[in-house]
Design a protein around this ligand. Structure first.
Ligand SMILES: *[C@@H]1O[C@H](CO)[C@@H](O)[C@H](O)[C@H]1NC(C)=O
Ligand SMILES: *[C@@H]1O[C@H](CO)[C@@H](O)[C@H](O)[C@H]1NC(C)=O
Ligand SMILES: [Fe+2]
Length: 464
């Protein structure tokens, strides 16, 4: 049967889904069609600097320790270093001066080609109370700006927590829609961001003003809830032709991570624990072969995961391992071959990746039997394997990747070339509800949804 016929058969099968006729082994290729052309980056200064001399801008927060009682607050002052102070207080303690705390920032700057950055501040606060709303203020006089965040509940196996998931966001009209839709969904308490932030490198000489523009664009979310960062290829900014030879330079100056808290030696790979989740962030664009720092660190970190405290084991990385799009096909393969046996052994629940600009969810499958002599190279259903989600559909300047391999491989459960975001609602130690929302729908519509059953506490073969 030709692949076109197979596709047609799958389409017919989908009509019968309600009748429970399973003709289409390979999961669902959504028939949903949206415009495929890429949209432009928003004009510069769509998100202007806030008013007031040297006003702090591009405010963003991320987790600042291992267990969720720390926050790193980052911002840029465009003209002068000072003020370099954050004051913060627990909600309800307003006006009582004795309850206000202050912390100073670490300040960094960098040059990139003909661009000079502003003063980039990173202030780390530790020892906050769990599950508490805090206000914080940066800047002075009429340049002062106030924001707030809420710390997560104390670590525990049944602690519910909701994460948003976005990848490959960029700064186009579509990116704007993605963020708007995400923010219109009030459930998510923290963001799992799977890499490719500003796409500044798609502009001449990697126009680093696009990094500033992006920081202002996402501030409405990043100043109020932690975004957990993973680095993508667009963070490399490696451009020897303009003598920019230091990989990740702008990204590493702008986006700090609490890597030392998990004994990592690089901000590009690290882990955090939050509520009932242990989240491991990997770098697809750093060495990961046996004996490298990332490899050694991951092996040790996996052995430290305590599923009785944090039953949900989630990995973020940029270049997907299981994806049936012809775009960036198999770029994640070397890392899969290196780390997949560990993911199966440790029963990772979920792997979120970006990079491919479309959406795809896999079955629980693994491909760990292959060795160079036995020829066993087909992915098989595996209840100990993670579900792999590719969510590189944030809406960047490069447009959608619609070239799915036909027929749909058996490991692919759902795939669609649309922009959107996802929500992962962890309910307790056994159940999580996961939904993917395409931008073209109202926020409440879930284009793809699935109940996930924890691999440690509920490793039921019949269920996802
Ligand atoms: C490769 O797989 C075959 C078949 O399962 C097995 O006999 C052989 O020992 C394996 N080779 C190595 C080096 O593990
Ligand atoms: C866990 O959450 C699911 C979904 O909300 C619920 O059906 C189940 O009863 C919960 N389990 C416990 C032990 O509360
Ligand atoms: Fe990418």
């Amino acid at each position: 049967m030709g692949s076109k016929n197979m596709g047609a058969l799958c389409m017919v099968a989908m009509v019968f889904v309600l009748l429970n006729i399973g003709l289409c082994n390979g999961g669902k290729t959504s028939p949903y069609v949206r415009k495929l052309y890429a949209s432009d980056d928003l004009p510069k200064d769509t998100f202007p600097s806030p008013p007031g001399f040297n006003a702090p801008e591009q405010v963003h927060i991320t987790q600042g320790d291992y267990d969720g009682r720390g926050v790193i607050i980052s911002w840029v002052t465009p003209v002068r270093k000072h003020p370099d102070v954050v004051s913060y207080w627990a909600a309800g303690a307003e006006g009582k001066h004795k309850h206000k705390h202050t912390v100073h920032s670490v300040i960094t700057t960098y040059k990139y080609y003909n661009y000079n950055s502003g003063y980039i501040h990173h202030a780390t606060i530790k020892g906050l109370e769990y599950d508490t709303k805090y206000f914080y203020e940066i800047g002075q006089g009429n340049s002062a700006r106030q924001f707030h965040f809420t710390t997560p509940p104390k670590i525990g196996p049944d602690v519910p927590y909701t994460f948003g998931v976005i990848g490959d966001l960029g700064q186009t009209f579509d990116s704007y829609e993605t963020l708007k839709h995400y923010m219109a969904n009030p459930k998510a308490q923290a963001m799992l961001f799977v890499g490719d932030l500003s796409y500044a490198d798609d502009h001449p000489n990697h126009d680093n003003e696009r990094w500033d523009e992006w920081g202002r664009f996402v501030e409405k979310s990043t100043a109020y809830q932690p975004w957990i960062w993973a680095a993508g290829n667009h963070e490399l900014d490696f451009a020897p032709q303009i003598e920019e030879n230091v990989p990740f330079k702008p990204y590493l100056h702008r986006y700090y991570t609490p890597y030392q808290e998990s004994q990592s030696t690089s901000p590009l790979w690290y882990s955090i624990r939050r509520a009932s989740a242990h989240i491991i962030v990997l770098s697809s664009y750093s060495a990961f072969a046996k004996y490298t720092p990332q490899y050694t660190w991951l092996e040790k970190e996996l052995s430290k995961v305590n599923r009785d405290e944090t039953p949900w084991l989630i990995v973020l990385l940029h270049s997907p391992w299981y994806n049936s799009n012809s775009y960036h096909y198999m770029e994640g393969e070397a890392m899969r071959v290196t780390f997949e046996p560990w993911f199966v052994q440790h029963k990772v629940d979920l792997v979120f990746a970006g990079h491919v600009h479309s959406y795809e969810r896999s079955e629980r499958i693994s491909n760990v039997k292959y060795n160079i002599t036995n020829g066993v190279s087909t992915p098989v259903k595996d209840p100990s394997a993670p579900v792999y989600i590719t969510i590189g559909d944030g809406g960047n300047i490069e447009g959608l990747a619609s070239g799915f391999v036909d027929p749909q491989p058996s490991y692919s459960a759902y795939r669609e070339a649309s922009f959107g975001h996802a929500i992962l609602e962890i309910k307790n130690s056994t159940h999580a509800h996961y939904t993917w929302h395409r931008n073209d729908d109202n926020e409440a519509v879930a284009a793809d949804s699935v109940w996930l059953f924890n691999r440690h506490t509920y490793p039921n073969e019949e269920h996802n």
